[in-house]
Design a protein around this ligand. Sequence first.
Ligand code: ADP
Length: 448
Amino acid sequence: MSLKNRFKKFLPRTIFGRSLLILIMPVLLLQAITAYIFFDRHWEKMTSRLAFAVAGEISIMAEVLEGTDGEKQIGGLSRYAAQHLDLLISYAPGERIDTQNLAGSDIDWRRLMMVDALSAELETKVRRPFTLMIDSEEKWVDVRVQLEEGVLTVSLPQRRLFSSSSYIVILWMIGSSVILLAIAILFMRNQIRPIRRLAVVAERFGRGLDIPSSFKPEGAREVRQAAQAFLDMHERVKRQITQRAAMLAGVSHDLRTPLTRMRLQLAMLPEGPDVEALKHDVADMERMINAYLDFAKGEGGEQPVRTDLRQILDRVVAGMKRQGVDVHLEMDQDLSLLLRPLAFERCLTNIVTNARKYAPHIWVSAHHIDDGQLVEVRVDDDGPGIPEDQREEVFKPFVRVDQSRNASTGGVGLGLPIAREVVHAHGGKIWLEHSPHGGVRAVIHLPG
Ligand code: ADP
């Protein structure tokens, strides 16, 4: 599979999904860039600045305590620190610290950044051994600094090291994208509804079903144009079908009357080889006219109903068997479909009759394929077959394969065109293949 196809597999299939993707991608990209700039520049700088200030204060206090008698100074200093600097300090003379840095357990990345920044600043400013304790529950950070005579402990609230406005930026970023997407989804749904409706109606038309009268062009201008064009096309196709039927019916009817007259006159003539031949010709002409009429009638306005295809197949095959034809039938249990039963029976009859004309044995099968999305009907025979380059040609009206132009198979070349028209009107496909039995295989796919 090429890269392009593999990429396509992950693309959403619906227009809704695709437009959402088009919208989400730039938003996500923008947010990612913003987040990167924000964290890289702003957040880090803020954290180190705050740490810088705190470390400076601790270093001053350490200097003050170191320079004088620590125990005397601590009272005033701690009051001052608590009041003005938001720091709680204490002094333990004679103690020593364990210089291992105890960062505290399970702290998140945010606090880790804070601790890193503070210890970096403390290292450059205080220049004495120190420990850092951070408590994720209590929201306090304890810094213990080793002075010459004892240990200075400074407890500071984490808010002194952490700018809470950063949260607001993240919240705003997420919130704005969610609002944007919600509005987009809401509006896009309304834009896509008319397209979906048009698709459904077009599919119905393809299956030969009526278009609901409630269908009207709506939505954006292009969608409305497409819907209007579709409605115009629908009207034109309907008009053409009616005109074709009316014309052919008219011609056939007009021809039938003189033919009937001829047949009557022939019946009154004395028997003889010439009269016999004429009778034959008249019968041929009548048969042809009937075939034209059938073709002209088309689907004849028959409405599709849920039908069991098995019954139709049974009927067609039983008809053949009565005529002494060897037909094998094989089908799935449930073959209920939306069909025009009479038209479809005619289609099947045409195909099976063709097979009977040219072959001694016929195999008919009907199965669900593609996970039940399609029903496949196959008619195989072991006759002479049709050359590959003619298998499409024979679906054109009045086309017959040369060798079959003899009286015994005498058709007019309308059987397959009628069959194809019926199948198309059901939204299906029909084509001919080479059969493993040696002759022709006709395949019909119908939407299941
Ligand atoms: P026709 O009225 O002549 O049967 P069709 O449209 O049904 O017209 O078929 C067109 C031509 O296709 C036939 O004249 C015949 O030459 C060929 N054909 C159709 N079915 C078969 C088949 N099962 N085996 C051999 N040839 C066939």
